[in-house]
Design a protein around this ligand. Sequence first.
Ligand code: SF4
Length: 343
Amino acid sequence: MKPLIHSLSRLELETECQALGLPSYRAGQIWAWLYARRVADWAEMKNLPAALRAGLASKFDLAGVAPLKTEGDPVGTRKILAGLRDGECVEEVLIPARDRKTVCVSSQVGCRFACVFCASGKGGYVRNLETGEIIGQLLLAWREYGDRPSNIVFMGMGEPFDNYDAVLKAVRIINDAEGLNIGARHITISTSGVVPGIARLADEGIQVELSVSLHAPDNPLRSKLMPVNRKYPLEALMAACTRYAAATRRIITFEYTLIRGVNDTRQHAAALASLLRSIPGRVNLIPLSPVDGFEGQAPDPGTAPLFIEVLGRAGINATTRISKGTNIDAACGQLRLRSRKTL
Ligand code: SF4
């Protein structure tokens, strides 16, 4: 398989052009066709000589992602099963709202982290996505929306910090003023708590949003729900978050899925407040959506307000995020898992 041209950074594209003996302006022209015009066919790169277009086509693939299936509201929240060149597939979710056009993208095919409430973890890890496959999901979303997506969240299949280099390269292309030109503060990377990834991101000098999936306020429960906690327990995670917040002066979002009878009592809320008391952050409470293969249930309606009250008294801002895609298997990986069963 040829490499994807969208996997090249601007600098790598310039180096490629130099190696081909091309004048330096050619890299800028190609970059503009890829990102300003977002062409889907080499033939559309009209200001390039035919021989150069043919040379590029023999070396690189232009399209690495194709829509296989869409579920949900055709003009509202919808999930796209995106096919890759090797026959694998990933999911992305489009979440339009009055003032934003959000895209939730995947960073891996499957996931090795096996969080108990997540469909992606159930299928196991298959492989990392290339940068070009991450960018491909955004180009697909751009076509679907008929407009530039306003917000990108790495909350689809996979753990972004388990594929750090490809994800960060994609983030820089997404953020590049001559790339997809989406502001860093409109890009969110969500991690299950991979401490070295948080440490690296703190030193990148890029103002993206960091979201940490917490889901439990103590080590025994968190290790049960999220095996990553056995490697990076809460003490290490909180230390990394504290350092990240200090280095970037950014507020961290902590995700907390409420699961009835598991992590949703007043004591859990108090323990969460105590854990987060000294870290600049906010909490997103997510009532559990049904997941195939996980018996957990959605919390009582009064649970989220209780957490908001307890956290609020500790000076921690908390809000409830209602999953907009319960009816389209919103938990990451469910559409892919179901497709694998039926395809
Ligand atoms: S929640 Fe994220 S890290 Fe956990 S299994 Fe699912 S995709 Fe992987």
